[in-house]
Ligand binder design. Structure first.
Ligand code: SF4
Length: 472
């Protein structure tokens, strides 16, 4: 099957049955049913659409409290207390689409258009590396300039940058849907996750906010985007919805339906799910009826956690610092920190945001070191781990490790060595002190044995020698 933009993945189809999803959202579940669903989720079994809808309908205060607690418990059981850190890096804001909610939309004359050249890109990457980052996501508008070859070249340049011990060890992408050949090209450049957000799964809303005649107005080409990526070898994919365009409960069901479709069609679900909320953007319209308040936002994160136990959840600096601090414990596994989303922002800007150079307004502008210190104070282990991706534990292979809970035996030791690197090479004195105390506490909780002895030796070598990048 194809659309006007090209060939779909095998079995590519529009799996969003709106009538069914709306019907599910109209039905209330009995307390006993809710308890059974939570028990299934806490047993680390992915939930069905019906079960997810039942949790979304659970809106009595005591039910919501139980849900939030269950999400925290599940997060700890599957991911331990680590939080993986990354930084976004916008490469170009030329765009041929006209999405009404976006400052980069083609009809927005107020946007300062720019595409980083090779020297610009290197300066941005070196600025990130010099702060201690090891993981970044490259972001592109949709434009003929940003074809697969250009994107692949950017990925190669990012991996080649080095500052002292530091390099970027995993490059993810947030870019337009490609055809199979395009994905194969960027995969060959060594990308990690390929992220494509459907923005909204509601067809009429999708058509309203993505004007006809633009590439992005093709709902099915975009919906099938990550399926094609998986067929072309990008086995770690990320999906997402822009919360605030339509009913948040419907969008959660859309995301879970997408995850189930990928599991059924490609044997593994998405590597990550993102849930950005609409934010003010220069020259963009943000209509109000479906805006998501903070309490609803916490519920949607918790329900996603419970519905897809093995999919990473990404909370970005769109959200204000205080809310991020609360929501991160509800099942989030990845956050960005020290983020600037203006083109050239990591070397050319300090403090105030520049609306004409960014896609939307950020809520959290704190530096990486400050975010690290807060995570450590709250008992989270900040991690820059890239081991699974670099050892081929991706897609189905990642699941093999995740399912038996083995990941905790890998994630925590690897998180501690990447944290140790940060403490030795980049941290401020207060963060360094708090970080090493956390490492001691974590070590005390690990079972004695060869793995722990090896870990202790690696931490010593990072502290006392130039050895770096030690992972299981
Ligand atoms: S959301 Fe993406 S595709 Fe749409 S206008 Fe903005 S940059 Fe372009």
């Amino acid at each position: 099957m194809s659309t006007s933009l090209g060939k779909l993945s095998a079995g590519g189809r529009d799996f969003i049955d709106e009538a069914h999803l709306h019907a599910l959202l109209g039905r209330r579940a009995e307390p006993a049913e809710i308890r059974a669903i939570l028990a299934k989720s806490l047993a680390k079994e992915p939930l069905s659409i019906d079960e997810t809808a039942a949790l979304l309908r659970a809106d009595a205060p005591e039910e919501i409290e139980t849900l939030l607690d269950a999400a925290q418990t599940l997060k700890r059981d599957v991911y331990g207390n680590r939080i993986v850190l990354f930084a976004p890096l916008y490469v170009g804001n030329e765009c041929m689409n006209d999405c009404v909610y976006c400052a980069f939309r083609r009809s927005n004359r107020l946007a300062a258009r720019r595409t980083l050249d090779a020297a610009d890109l290197r300066r941005q990457v070196e600025a990130l590396v010099a702060k201690g980052h090891k993981r970044c996501i490259l972001v592109f508008g949709e434009h003929p300039r940003y074809d697969a070859a250009f994107i692949a070249d950017c990925v190669t340049q990012v991996y080649s940058a080095r500052v002292g011990h530091g390099t970027i060890r995993r490059v993810n992408l947030n870019a337009a849907p490609l055809d199979h050949d395009g994905y194969a090209t960027v995969k060959a450049a060594g990308i990690g996750t390929y992220q494509i957000f459907q923005e909204t799964y509601h067809h009429a809303t999708y058509a309203r906010v993505h004007p006809a005649g633009t590439r992005k107005s093709d709902y099915l080409w975009r919906l099938d985007g990550v399926g094609r990526a998986m067929e072309a070898g990008c086995d770690d994919v990320g999906i997402g919805a822009l919360f605030g365009l339509y009913d948040w409960r419907f969008e959660v069901l859309g995301l879970v339906a997408h995850a189930i479709h990928l599991r059924e069609r490609h044997g593994v679900g998405p590597h990550t799910i993102s849930f950005p909320r609409l934010r003010p953007a220069l020259g963009a319209e943000v209509d109000r009826p479906h805006l998501v308040d903070d309490d609803q936002f916490k519920r949607l994160v918790a329900v996603l956690r419970l519905a897809v136990p093995y999919t990473g959840l990404i909370l970005t600096a769109r959200e204000p610092a205080a809310l991020r601090r609360e929501v991160v414990r509800l099942g989030v596994s990845q956050i960005d920190a020290g983020s600037r989303i203006e083109l050239g922002g990591y070397t050319e800007l300090e403090g105030e945001q520049q609306p004409d150079r960014e896609q939307f307004h950020l809520g959290d502008l704190r530096g990486l070191d400050e975010v690290m210190r807060e995570l450590i104070a709250d008992g989270h282990v900040p991690s820059f781990c890239t081991a699974c991706y670099r050892l081929g534990r991706t897609g189905e292979h990642f699941m093999e490790y995740a399912v038996p809970g083995f990941i905790q035996k890998l994630c925590t030791p690897n998180a501690l060595t990447t944290l140790a690197e940060y403490l030795v090479d980049y941290a401020s004195p207060p963060t360094r002190e708090a970080g090493w105390q956390l490492i001691d506490r974590e070590l005390a909780q690990l079972p004695d044995g060869s793995r722990k002895r090896e870990l202790v030796d690696r931490l010593r070598r990072i502290r006392e020698t130039d050895e770096r990048d030690l992972f299981f």
